[in-house]
Design a protein around this ligand. Structure first.
Ligand code: NAP
Length: 314
């Protein structure tokens, strides 16, 4: 059972553990990486842009002297980038957890597709993480590790059923974002069901961070550099919004608290902000058949099936 005495500002000693974080050059991914590194973990920072990644790494090391971090390029919108990063990771040491955090939070006004031909927001936020987690499944199973997926409270406000996940019709930026998060949550929950069913020793947990904005987040070179206007708008939202540094606590807890079993959904106590706690799965993702249908759709779109058989031998 998850410990009731969990203190988000005093994490357990993580010196013998290793974690991969996607989209760790900014926002929640950066702060989750920093918190893990501060607790002694080996953290693999990943991102799609070498300059932004290097700048975040320097900032992290300046704030956590002696941090045990390395960098790896992963563009979650590109199947080739995911395959090549996973191949690199498989040759490295054990991996205890993967934080599937990277995401487009402000989708383009017009529908765009990736070089692989998929709708950009779905590909970046959901399909890429489905492929990455599948590529790393056996590695995670060797360490009885876990994967954490990023849902969003937006799926409660606008619970779109992704019957047309590629949004070939009726694309809007909001619909693209919400759909990608319904799909991500479905994947996280369905992964857990399939992992248990096949006896794979890996937990899959889904979290949502509430509402966390750069304007309420500490300014850090190369990571978060809000303008005066962004700060002002952030201050107006104080009652409802959190800093990304604080909001990252729920991601970190879901990744390292072995008392949280797979299949759970965690978020902030007061929906948009607050300490991490277990929360109800959004209604749209309570439908097991829909989650399974989304999983099968992602298998088709990525032309990839998870290696449950080999992973279940650990
Ligand atoms: N903040 C919130 O209130 C909130 C609420 C619900 C859910 N979420 C989820 O939490 C996650 C992080 O959000 P955030 O607020 O921290 O966003 P953010 O500050 O915009 O950071 C997003 C991160 O994802 C990276 N990214 C974007 N596209 C990528 C790609 N193709 N490949 C690899 N990395 C990519 C970004 O890298 P670049 O710098 O290269 O763009 C950045 O590092 C997202 O999945 C988001 O949907 C956030």
């Amino acid at each position: 059972m998850a410990s009731a005495r969990w203190n988000p500002s005093t994490l357990p000693d993580l010196r013998d553990q290793s974690f991969l974080v996607t989209g760790s050059n900014a926002g929640l991914g950066y702060f989750a990486s920093e918190q893990l590194a501060r607790a002694g973990a080996h953290v693999i920072l990943s991102g799609r842009n070498p300059r932004r990644l290097s700048s975040a790494r320097s900032t992290l090391i300046s704030r956590v002297p002696g941090a045990d971090v390395e960098s790896l390029m992963i563009d979650t919108s590109k199947a080739g980038s995911i395959r090549s990063a996973a191949a690199t990771l498989r040759t490295r040491g054990p991996l205890d957890g993967v934080l599937l955090n990277a995401g487009i939070v402000h989708p383009p006004k017009e529908r765009k597709t990736t070089t692989d031909g998929d709708e950009l927001v779905l590909a970046t936020n959901a399909l890429g993480h489905y492929a990455l987690a599948g590529e790393l499944l056996v590695t995670l199973a060797k360490s009885a590790g876990r994967m954490v997926w990023l849902g969003s409270v937006s799926t409660v406000i606008s619970p779109y059923d992704p019957v047309d996940p590629e949004l070939t019709e009726n694309y809007t930026p909001w619909r693209a974002y919400v759909q990608s998060k319904v799909v991500t949550t479905a994947l996280g929950l369905e992964a857990d069901r399939r992992l248990r069913d096949r006896g794979v020793p890996v937990d899959s947990v889904v979290v949502h961070p509430g509402y966390a904005i750069g304007g309420r987040t500490p300014a850090l070179p190369g990571v978060n550099q809000p303008t005066h206007l962004t700060r002002f708008i952030g201050s107006l939202q104080t009652p409802i919004a959190e800093s990304k540094e604080i909001a990252a606590r729920v991601l970190v807890r879901a990744l390292i608290d072995s008392g949280i079993p797979g299949g759970q959904f965690w978020g902030p106590r007061y929906t948009l902000r607050g300490d991490p706690r277990r929360v109800r799965v959004p209604r749209i993702n309570r439908n097991i058949e829909r989650n399974a249908r989304i999983w099968e759709e992602c298998e088709k779109l990525t032309r990839m099936r998870w290696p449950f058989g080999p992973a279940s031998t650990y």
